[in-house]
Design a protein around this ligand. Sequence first.
Ligand code: PMP
Length: 428
Amino acid sequence: MLYKRSSELFAQASKVIPGGVNSPVRAFKSVGGTPVFVKEAKGAYLYDEDGNRLIDYIASWGPMIFGHAFEPVTNAVIEKAKKGTSFGMPTEIETQIAELAVSMVPNIDKIRFVNSGTEACMSAVRLARGFTGREKIIKFSGCYHGHSDSFLIQAGSGAVTFGTPNSPGVTQGTAKDTLLAPYNNLEAVKELFEANKDEIAAIILEPVAGNMGCVIPKHEFLSGLRALCDEHKSLLIFDEVMTGFRLAKGGAQEVFNIAADIVTFGKVIGGGLPVGAFAARAEIMSYLAPEGPVYQAGTLSGNPLAMAAGLAMLTELNNNPELFTSLEEKTKYLHEGFDKVLEESELDYTINRFGSMLSVFFAKEPVVDFQSAMVANNDTFKKYFHGMLKEGVYLPPSSFESYFLNDALSYEDLDKTISALKKVVPTL
Ligand code: PMP
């Protein structure tokens, strides 16, 4: 495959956009080579600026769960755009999507819409601090909750891909209020509670992690966190930016049958438009302005185009709950196909999968936390990534990311992907 036009566009972009991209992982810095500039996409396929067709396994990092240019969503946006794109005044559609989201997700009474997952998590933590009157939070190494200051402490995703899990620009004052524990390690969390009695406002975590690659929680880890929060009167925040409306209608709370106090959303809830949201029971949400004292606002929050896309997406998911099973079956099929190919090779590998999230690590030992994810062989990953790309398969360009399957993928696409791996393995 040729990437002549992508190279040219990247060089041009790099003159006016830092690193040539508006979000770091897109730059291919950890895998090397030229980022692919996409021209358009339909269903399971990306069409790039050089005329290549790629099978897409990132789905815009999650949102495009039905595939690209999904008609119910695009039509809703087009129709809405004709009637004005922003008012800065309340609209009925905001209530419609709020009602639907509240009906689909357990343990929430009210929801506030924002413009990104970052904003959702940042606001959720402020709300937790306001509600509890405490300042410290616990986060897990390798989890990513957006780029707000409190979270850029041993952060996953692009932050670790580029070797800056602790970003310059975050003050020590901010950093000291973020306490860290290894994922899946309940003992470490207990110790933090003991050492910081009555000071911890909340624990925030990805209930299935996707930002150190896909890492699955042990059930006793999640239930243990719930119990610790109850014992210490701290709030449990599930960052469901990836898992929300992807693992099930009700996200990870439904799948694991564990109640969070605050839930954050992004990605699928916006149908591919810039949307985030955070939600909780009424008692907690009443602390939020204008009802309560915790301030949070946004000129474009609840934007009509974004709400139209989100409402169309959630309506489709609500009406087609079999989608979650069908997606999981496809992901399992891919997992089993990959296993077969890799088992026959000499390579050390581990595949983690949960629902429609999956990651391949070139590591021998199970990957259960950030440390075990970091052990994976990045040189092999680079060759694997570029090998698959040559075969027309677009994977996340970093081993610290999850694949997101979309329902437009056919079994033929999955077979092609498995065949591509067969060709690539001897080169690794
Ligand atoms: N939380 C999680 C779990 C995420 O995966 C991400 C983004 N990948 C965010 C928060 C931040 O969302 P956004 O990029 O929309 O700001």
